[in-house]
Design a protein around this ligand. Structure first.
Ligand code: GSH
Length: 291
């Protein structure tokens, strides 16, 4: 029996800074800024402050898809927010997102800058602004919004639940791993059943619902999250695999995955993106520097 089995919660919880886990250094029970620092800003109408986690990738994929459709107004500067270093707690970042989480966007294309936080809100803002990737007929729109919001409610069980306890917690505890593996597999089965009759999540068209769901569930079955593909037996979700592989091949997805990425293979990392040519030049600079 471990010490954890015997834990009796006190009457009032207090902050134990030494409670461990991968993100212990930045986790805290209070909101607000920890330090004064303005955000950088570039020349494009859209300023993105992010990191290439699944939540960040949703937005960079959307922006790259819009640019692939020649929407020049979707040109963006992508600034790096290193969440393990606490950049999300700067006064500038908290000013555009009081919740201190990436991704966050500032849209400067109108009279006054508009701040948008929460990846779902950002996807919707961009979809409506450019009239893309969100069906306009009432039934199609409702289906697309349903699945987009499904992702926002479901992925915390995958990331904050399963991923946290399977990959990041300081010890392996059977109860939470069991509980969240079960829920994650149930969610994969939900997707698998839908995708048995549809090419994309909402039907024949690729939408913001795919962009929201793919970075989590698509990348999970492709073996990119938590080294958990075998544990979750992901190949049994054949329709999810087929859908994940198809989306993975899209050039905009391949570009979007690189933006604000600071881990993994060097050719996959583009720390900041300020110009379409950065994908070639900056990545090559990095490879040269590594030699
Ligand atoms: N519901 C939010 C979740 C965003 C989120 O959890 N972001 C994480 C990275 S994936 C973050 O910034 N974490 C920093 C922190 O918790 O301090 C969204 O969809 O945008």
């Amino acid at each position: 029996m471990t010490e954890q089995d015997n834990y009796t919660p006190p009457d009032v919880w207090t902050w134990d800074k030494e409670n461990g886990g991968k993100f212990a250094s930045v986790n805290r029970p209070i909101a607000g800024p920890t330090h004064d620092k303005e955000l950088p800003s570039g020349e494009h109408p859209l300023q993105l402050y992010s990191l290439a986690t699944p939540n960040g990738v949703k937005v960079t994929v959307m922006l790259e898809e819009l640019l692939a459709l020649n929407h020049d107004g979707a040109e963006y500067d992508a600034w790096l927010i290193k969440i393990n270093d606490g950049d999300q707690f700067s006064s500038g970042f908290v000013g555009i997102n009081p919740n201190s989480k990436i991704p966050s966007l500032v849209d400067r294309s109108g009279d006054k800058p508009i701040r948008v936080f929460e990846s779902g809100a950002i996807l919707l803002h961009l979809a409506e602004k450019f009239g893309e990737f969100l069906p306009t007929d009432p039934a199609g729109r409702a289906e697309c919004l349903s699945w987009t919001f499904w992702q926002m409610g479901s992925a915390p069980y995958l990331g904050g639940g399963f991923g946290h306890f399977y990959a990041y917690a300081p010890e392996k505890y059977e109860y939470p791993i069991n509980r969240y593996a079960m829920e994650t597999k149930r969610q994969l089965d939900v997707l698998n059943r839908e995708l048995s009759e549809r090419q994309f999540i909402t039907g024949d068209h690729y939408t913001i619902a795919d962009m929201a769901i793919w970075p989590w569930y698509g990348q999970l079955v492709l073996g990119r999250l938590y080294s958990a593909a075998e544990f979750l037996d992901v190949t049994t979700y054949k329709n999810v695999m087929r859908w994940a592989e198809e989306i993975d091949k899209r050039p905009a997805v391949q570009r979007g995955r690189k933006v604000n990425r600071i881990h993994g293979e060097l050719e996959m990392q583009l720390h900041e993106r300020h110009d379409a040519n950065d994908f070639e030049t900056r990545t090559q600079d990095k490879l040269d520097a590594a030699e």
